[in-house]
Write a protein that binds this ligand. Structure first.
Ligand code: ADP
Length: 481
């Protein structure tokens, strides 16, 4: 028993002592003489000693377990502190979506947590090591964008980075040099005595390496790299997300540039075509015979339709690029609504539709760009006519608090499509109703226009086959003008 549990404090401090005392007592009991003699007393005192020894053993167990608990708590506190520091930094970094500030914050955080003087981020791109950026307390940051191939990195004496990439874990090492760096940067690198390379790994692939450097002792330890572990895990994710966002924004900007260019290029020939059609119809090139006129009318309608599509593309691309801004002034919404109804009346009459118009007696004045609001109402009224079974019945109403509603009894929009109709180029598939000409840009543009005038545009209510109500609310309005 003793041999098997050698070193156990319970044996040393309690059991062993208890056994010893028991032995003494047994021996003294063997020799027990008459009562109240010294040996009689000794035997009784000895009988208490095993219990006392066991108690001492228990106390020792208690002391040891308290100490172990304290040590575990201290370790847990240290880990929690490490996690908290990493987490706080990660949360702070997560609010950054732009690449440059994100990397700067990451390097600042890594430098502080790693108690380092220099921190740089090396990106891995097409078999090259690219120095993303660097921070140095000595004031001399590394040259951003410096490239180094993997092969030359080996011969350069920077296999530290390569080793971190290969092992996919932190590598602690000494000074290093990079061939090809300008002399002053070589000098600042040479001053580093200790280096810690931290690979940022995402799904088993190293996407970048953080290099930390100290100019003075102590060297980096495993504890330093542990402290930075959470930071590297989260940084890898954030960097990947920032990069994805970068490329998505670039793709979106390219799409906007293309739309803008295409719309501009289409507009000029289109206006020439429309001009000639008008001249032909007005008889500038001679009288028309009865067979030519219907054809020319169709041409005129279609070129008008095309021109309005092109115009929408232009408005959308200008809104995306932010190259146009509203010219706000105090306007009476009743007038803007009346003008919109007036513009749509001929079309409504042509298809036998009925337009209802309800406005309050007194002016409803808001600060907004009348052209923007007019365009939103044009879109809503035309949609209400387009997406209704003939003959359409459409109501435009204005409340005293400046809420404009366009309601129809048309085909309606299913619940799952009700928010999607405001997306760019989104059109609802409806084979039963057919596909009227359109671009899927009208509601997208309308919502953006409402928002840039401090208002909002929502689909207030829509029931398939029963109709829809769109609600346009504009900013502060004051009754009475
Ligand atoms: P477009 O009318 O050019 O397709 P919009 O952005 O104006 O583009 O509308 C997007 C889609 O929303 C339309 O294609 C149509 O399916 C649906 N929609 C818009 N207004 C209505 C409406 N009043 N009733 C039913 N569906 C509508």
């Amino acid at each position: 028993f003793i041999g098997g549990r050698r070193g156990d404090v319970r044996i040393a401090g309690g059991m062993l002592a208890a056994l010893t005392f028991c032995t003494f007592e047994s021996i003294s009991l063997l020799n027990l003489g008459p009562r109240f003699t010294p040996s009689w007393y000794a035997a009784h005192v000895l009988a208490l000693l095993p219990s006392a020894a066991l108690l001492a053993g228990q106390l020792q167990i208690y002391v040891v377990s308290v100490r172990a608990e304290q040590a575990a708590r201290a370790e847990a506190d240290r880990v929690a502190e490490r996690l908290r520091a990493g987490f706080e930094l990660a949360v702070e970094m997560a609010t950054q979506v732009d690449m440059e500030p994100l990397i700067r914050r990451l390097l600042e955080g890594a430098r502080t947590l790693g108690k380092a003087e220099r921190a740089s981020l090396v990106r891995i791109e097409d078999g090259m090591l690219v120095l993303e950026t660097g921070l140095d307390s000595g004031g001399l940051a590394a040259p951003t964008g410096f490239r180094n191939s993997f092969d030359s990195a080996v011969s350069d004496g920077v296999p530290i980075i390569l080793e971190a990439i290969r092992r996919r874990r932190a590598v602690i090492s000494g000074p290093y040099t990079v061939a090809g760096l300008p002399a002053e940067h070589q000098e600042s690198l040479r001053g580093l005595r200790h280096t810690l390379s931290l690979p940022l790994v995402l799904r088993g692939e190293v996407i970048a390496v953080i290099m930390l450097g100290r100019r003075t002792d102590p060297p980096f330890t495993e504890e330093d790299s542990d402290r930075l572990r959470e930071l590297t895990v989260i940084s890898a994710l954030l960097l990947r997300n920032a990069r994805l966002l970068d490329s998505a924004q670039e793709a979106s900007a390219a799409k906007s540039r293309f739309l803008n260019m295409a719309a501009h290029e289409l507009r000029t020939p289109l206006s020439v075509i429309s001009g000639y059609i008008d001249m032909l119809m007005s008889g500038t090139f001679g009288d028309l015979d009865h067979r030519q006129e219907p054809t020319l009318r169709i041409l005129s309608d279609k070129s008008g339709e095309l021109a309005s599509h092109v115009e929408r593309l232009l408005v959308a691309s200008r809104l995306d690029a932010g190259t146009s801004s509203p010219v706000a002034r105090e306007v009476d919404l009743r007038e803007i609504a009346a003008d919109a109804v007036h513009r749509v009346e001929p079309r409504a009459a042509l298809i036998g539709g009925r337009l209802e118009f309800k406005v309050p007696e007194e002016p409803v004045v808001v600060a907004a760009d009348p052209a923007d609001i007019g365009l939103v109402l044009d879109n809503l009224l035309n949609n209400a006519l387009t997406y209704s079974q003939p003959p359409p019945k459409v109501t435009l109403s204005l409340t005293r608090s400046g809420e404009l509603r366009v309601a129809d009894h048309g085909i309606g929009i299913s619940p799952e499509q009700q928010e999607r109709v405001f997306e760019q180029f989104h059109r609802v598939e409806n084979p039963d109703f057919g596909y009227p000409p359109g671009t899927g840009l009208g509601l997208y543009i309308s919502r953006r226009l409402a928002e840039r005038n401090g208002g909002s545009l929502v689909l207030e209510k829509s029931v398939p086959d029963a109709g829809s109500t769109f609600l346009l609310t504009l900013g502060e309005s004051h009754k009475g003008g």
